[in-house]
Design a protein around this ligand. Structure first.
Ligand code: NAD
Length: 415
């Protein structure tokens, strides 16, 4: 089966929202395409002395509400349409969280797993040289994404600062703490999702202290989700998984012990006193809460009728297909959609920008309190729209976000 073009998916989602809110056709046409995109060729000296040309992109989808923001991916399968789709989703995510930012995304076609650290550093610096005039602390602020990390952000910030002739820490977020990254960024994505889960449980009348949860994926998002669901909400984590398979115990897992075990053995599988289950079994467990935190398209038309969780908290991007969405909605499953549930990462990135600007740094407690407030307000705005229009939570998230962008366009006199 041919893989869906992500940008076409993003456009279809917008089309659906346009129908619900009866969006003016001219405004709709403007929002269906990115405002600006830059395509660059990057010559990079490799360690063997040869020069290799890499292709890079930066897409600024919409800057009506403020400077654009979005991560940079280093990936061999990167395409301009993936970058366009992710830039569109960043636009809606920032609007939904009511951040004064637009949406962007960047990428370089490369395989960092086959590159040395010095090659990676030269590529990171070359990328910034290529997009220097396109970005800036008040124009477009990148961040890490797939296969880029705080070290890559540090090199990029340094290159930008060198060209500018002064320190420009605020040009990029996701920096190491020693270079003025933000406290709380490590677990921000999962923590934000956990705050929305708490609100959703209240709405659904579920006592999370007596609830069971299953988490698919045990990386940054999945591990912290399991850890915080237990620690902050009192959930019993009965199953977790990674790419090699899953583990189940009705007694409940100790997330930190599982993390240490995975660090040692490379996987969660065979963790003592657990039963082996497949990733597919995990999705269909009789639990109160299901947290997909790995891949896209795991809940489909095929398995959606068997999902028994009462709440699905989507920490992964795009785990549920549109057909599965309809089934879950009909079956009364409460879905916290991805660009709401996983917005904690960009929200703390925004806090990093604010701290860089003020040159004053908040403690982790303050970051978490501010994050909680932002996530809770966003959750309730989506819930209200879902009730007002009688639509599912994903469509409702689109309605809230798109209406905010459209209002700003009108107020600026663009439409
Ligand atoms: P990660 O690389 O740290 O972890 C991914 C996890 O998924 C790993 O445990 C891996 O083993 C597991 N996995 C891979 N293939 C799998 C499979 N077939 N079945 C089950 N598990 C599988 O990545 P991450 O940062 O935790 O991101 C996970 C998801 O969360 C992605 O969809 C990502 O886009 C989304 N997300 C992450 C952040 C963030 O700040 N980390 C922010 C927003 C969205």
């Amino acid at each position: 089966m041919a893989k869906a073009n992500p940008f076409e998916v993003a456009q279809k989602q917008l089309d659906q929202c346009a129908k619900i809110i009866k969006l003016d056709s001219d405004v709709h046409a403007i929002l269906r395409v990115p405002m600006r995109e830059l395509h660059i060729s990057l010559p990079v000296r490799m360690d063997d002395g040869s020069v290799k040309i890499f292709q890079g992109f930066r897409v600024q989808y919409n800057d009506t509400r403020g400077p654009t923001k979005g991560g940079i991916r280093f990936h061999p399968d990167e395409t301009i349409d993936t970058v366009r789709a992710l830039a569109a989703w960043m636009t809606w995510k920032c609007a939904l969280l009511d951040l004064p930012l637009g949406g962007a995304k960047g990428g370089v076609i490369c395989n960092p797993k086959e590159m040395s650290q010095t090659e990676l550093e030269r590529l990171s610096r070359a990328y910034i040289q290529g997009i220097y005039n396109f970005i800036g602390p008040d124009r477009d602020i990148p961040a890490p994404d797939v296969y880029t990390n705080p070290q890559v952000m540090a090199w990029m910030m340094d290159e930008y600062s060198k060209i500018a002739g002064k320190n420009q820490f605020g040009v990029i977020t996701g920096k190491p703490l020693r270079l003025w990254g933000s406290a709380g960024r490590d677990d921000a994505t999962a923590r934000g999702g956990i705050y929305t889960l708490r609100e959703a449980a209240r709405e659904c009348g579920i006592d999370l202290k007596k609830a069971t949860a299953a988490v698919q994926g045990y990386g940054n998002a999945g591990y912290y989700a399991a850890y915080l669901a237990k620690r902050l909400l009192g959930c019993k984590i009965v199953a977790v998984s990674d790419s090699k398979g899953g583990i189940f115990t009705k007694e409940g897992l100790e997330p930190e012990a599982v993390r240490k075990y995975k660090a040692k053995t490379g996987s969660v599988i065979n963790f003592p006193n657990t039963k082996a289950i497949s990733n597919e079994d995990l999705l269909q467990l009789e639990v109160d809460v299901l947290i997909p935190a790995a891949l896209e398209n795991v809940i489909t038309e095929r398995n959606a009728p068997n999902i028994r969780a009462k709440i699905v908290a989507e920490l992964a991007n795009g785990p549920t297909t549109p057909e599965a969405d309809d089934i879950l909605y009909k079956n009364g499953v409460h879905v916290i959609p991805d660009f709401l549930c996983n917005a904690g990462g960009v929200t703390v990135s925004y806090f990093e920008m604010v701290q860089n600007l003020y040159m004053y740094y908040w403690e982790e407690k303050e970051i978490n309190e501010r994050l909680d407030k932002k996530m809770s307000i966003a959750y309730h705005s989506v819930l209200s729209a879902s009730q007002k229009y009688n639509i599912n939570m994903r469509q409702a998230a689109y309605v809230v976000a798109v209406e905010r962008v459209v209002d700003a366009m009108k107020l600026r006199g663009w439409v």
